[in-house]
Design a protein around this ligand. Structure first.
Ligand code: ATP
Ligand code: MG
Length: 392
């Protein structure tokens, strides 16, 4: 029988009456993502999802990697099914786990028997299989307390399954369970991480990026699209809305005091993001703001930004240190792209002495010099979008 992938469900199982909705969402997400790797039979039983290849040429390695990026799954393991017969289990374990067992010095066997008709209890199964593996690999010692490797034998309804240790899944909740949010994606390190963290809570994201040609280059825009591409294996299909920001930035530079430039610009970002949210039915905004990181990220500056937004703003990295953010950026694979030195519209007209503790009333008064609605209307009319599909 062909090797398959078992996925263990996380919080999904705790959701009581919602459980079925959660499981259905997760199954749909998994089915959509597995399409790139061949034809699979995907179903759930007893808090485990089975991803069974239906053809010899399925890309099981690709599927295994992809499964580790699906939110709602806490553990992923490859397993070999075999006949529900003790000798078959032993023969399978010997061959299937050869490399694993040769690389360690201690092991134990754990068994689960959900098929109560199987003639042996779980302790007996473990003892038999453990004994046989010990005979086959005499360098091993059995260590029931702290084994280097635990061999798992599961006797389930359809078959017996043999596997080694599982790897951690992505955790969180299935994408789509938590509604939709608009995430402000720059080319930096923080906003891809913030996006990923909110997506992890089951939120479908729509990305918004502000760019200011000719002050920002086509390469800077391409970098942001690349970041979105890197997020897709986690977040699913993403739409990146690109908002031309040049006219707004030039108007602020012309008509507002320099020290308020960034504060006012960020209020325009919120207004545009709110408009995108309205178009797509999103219920919150996401940013990569972090307390105290730069002048525009003090409490007062955030209050001034928030004053211009209608929807709640989620800032998942607000209290994280840079190292903590970088650690996640590396893990999710966005770091190397984020650190490529390209300009962002934020840096283009950055004031020499930005206001760090502004009063909201002052900011409102100063921006009243601008045709706010007209500027936002024109930026939105010129907004384009790019769809980034899974596996594209
Ligand atoms: P990042 O590393 O995410 O770029 P940052 O520390 O550089 O963040 P800022 O440049 O002040 O901080 O931006 C704060 C947040 O505002 C970003 O995390 C992002 O959510 C949003 N943002 C900034 N620039 C843009 C942009 N050009 N397009 C979309 N969102 C942006
Ligand atoms: Mg930035």
């Amino acid at each position: 029988m062909q090797e398959l992938i078992l996925l263990k469900l996380g919080e999904v199982v705790l959701k009581g009456l919602n459980r079925h909705t959660f499981e259905d969402k997760l199954l749909a997400n998994i089915r959509r993502r597995m399409k790139n790797y061949g034809s699979f039979n995907i179903y759930s039983k007893q808090s485990t999802i089975y991803v069974e290849p239906l053809q010899e040429d399925c890309d099981i390695d690709g599927a295994y990697d992809a499964c580790q990026k699906i939110f709602g799954v806490v553990a992923v393991v490859r397993a070999r099914p075999c006949e529900k017969d003790l000798e078959a289990v032993i023969a399978t374990a010997k061959v299937y786990l050869k490399d694993t067992l040769e690389a360690v010095r201690s092991f134990k066997v754990e068994s689960k028997r959900s098929d109560k008709n199987f003639p042996y209890g779980s302790i007996e199964i473990s003892r038999h299989v453990g004994g046989a593996l010990h005979d086959a690999y005499p360098h091993l010692t059995v260590d029931v307390h702290r084994p280097e490797v635990t061999v798992m034998v599961e006797i389930r309804e359809k078959a017996a399954y043999v596997h080694g240790p599982a790897v951690p899944g992505a955790g969180g909740l299935p994408i789509g369970m938590g509604g939709t949010a608009v995430s402000l994606l720059s080319g930096g390190i923080d906003s891809p991480v913030a996006s990923w963290m909110v997506a992890k809570r089951g939120v479908q994201l729509e990305m918004v990026h502000f760019y200011s040609p000719p002050y920002t280059s086509p390469q800077a825009l391409e970098k942001v699209l690349e970041l979105a591409r890197l997020l897709v294996p986690w977040c699913g299909r993403l739409v990146v809305h690109t908002v031309p920001f040049t006219e707004i930035q030039e108007a602020i530079r012309r008509d507002c005091p320099e020290e308020y430039f960034t504060l006012i610009m960020r209020r325009f970002m919120m207004r545009c993001a709110d408009r995108v949210a309205k178009r797509v039915g999103a219920k919150a905004l996401v940013t990569g703001e972090c307390l105290g990181q730069v002048a525009s990220q003090t409490m007062e500056a955030m209050a001034s930004t928030e004053d211009a937004a209608v929807l709640p703003i989620f800032r998942p990295v607000v209290a994280m240190d840079k190292e903590e953010i970088v650690r996640i950026a590396r893990r999710i694979g966005t770091f190397e792209t984020s650190i490529q030195p390209l300009e962002d519209c934020c840096t283009v007209f950055a004031p020499r002495h930005p206001r760090t503790h502004p009063k909201v009333e002052d900011v409102r008064e100063l921006e009243a010099a601008l045709d706010i609605e007209g500027l936002v209307d024109r930026a939105m009319a010129a907004t384009r979008y790019e769809v980034i599909r899974y596996g594209a």
